[in-house]
Design a protein around this ligand. Structure first.
Ligand SMILES: Nc1nc2c(c(=O)[nH]1)N[C@@H](CN(C=O)c1ccc(C(=O)N[C@@H](CCC(=O)O)C(=O)O)cc1)CN2
Ligand SMILES: NCC(=O)N[C@@H]1O[C@H](COP(=O)([O-])[O-])[C@@H](O)[C@H]1O
Length: 217
């Protein structure tokens, strides 16, 4: 099977980008990161890309009058690489309907909660304040509805009595670095798909609404 072309969008540290870089290098993922695009200059994720020999693109949303023109500029840069898959890895801008439609069915996001709980930002604090016993992370297909797209993979973790937002974020990151490469691996192997029915399929079988439940070994 031909390797798939991937463009990764970031806004910060890029630890999920690094997990995917490492999974490609190990042979887990049959793909190639054609470019990393950041909406922010000087973020560590860009250093990670440079170290891995991956072309870097910086397009700042602050240079555009509106979301539509920012997204159009990103689409032009992204499509120059003719990607099979778009991976949002800590990309912190809400995308316009046109952008989402253009990549529908071939764009993932990693979100630091057990969706549909806690869409949006500050998820760890919200889970703690709610007194939840479990938290986690989710890989989902991106749709126009913010963090509302069909779920692909979830990894639940128990919230410990000693947890704070930072300790939760660290443990969630470890789970993210397992499920994101797994989702990309399955997509690049044509195993994880989003048919027009809107129900995520793994190996042709419908996944439940909560997606594939990943359990730590
Ligand atoms: N149309 C969609 N766009 C995006 C999705 C999506 O599912 N549909 N996922 C997000 C990722 N995300 C959470 O996982 C997220 C990112 C950013 C925001 C947000 O409120 N951004 C603000 C700016 C915040 C900042 O700059 O720090 C904004 O865009 O005004 C919420 C959720 C990516 N986009
Ligand atoms: N709502 C989007 C969101 O909060 N995404 C979160 O940003 C972090 C990026 O870390 P990274 O830059 O080290 O991959 C990740 O924890 C991801 O779940």
């Amino acid at each position: 099977m031909a390797e798939k072309s991937i463009v990764v969008l970031i806004s910060g540290s890029g630890s999920n980008l690094q997990a995917i870089i490492d999974a490609i290098a190990s042979g887990q993922i049959n793909g190639r990161i054609a470019a990393v695009l950041s909406n922010k200059e000087g973020v560590f994720g860009l250093e990670r890309a440079q170290k891995a020999g991956i072309p870097q693109i910086v397009i700042s949303h602050k240079d555009f009058d509106d979301r539509e023109s920012f997204d159009a500029a990103m689409m032009q840069s992204i499509d120059a690489h003719n990607p099979d898959l778009i991976v949002l890895a800590g990309f912190m801008r809400i995308l316009t309907p046109e952008f989402v439609r253009h990549y529908q069915g071939r764009m993932f996001n990693i979100h630091p909660s057990l969706l549909p709980k806690y869409k949006g930002l500050h998820t760890h604090q919200r889970a703690l304040e709610a007194g939840d016993k479990q938290h986690g992370c989710t890989v989902h297909f991106v749709t126009e509805e913010l963090d509302g797209g069909p779920l692909a993979i979830q990894a639940p973790i128990d919230i410990l009595a000693t947890d704070c937002a930072d300790s939760l974020q660290q443990r969630i990151h470890r789970s993210e670095h397992q499920i994101y490469p797994l989702a990309v691996e399955w997509f690049c192997a044509d195993r994880l798909t989003l048919p027009v029915s809107g129900t995520v399929q793994l190996d042709g079988d419908n996944l439940p609404p909560e997606g594939y439940q990943f359990t730590q070994e």
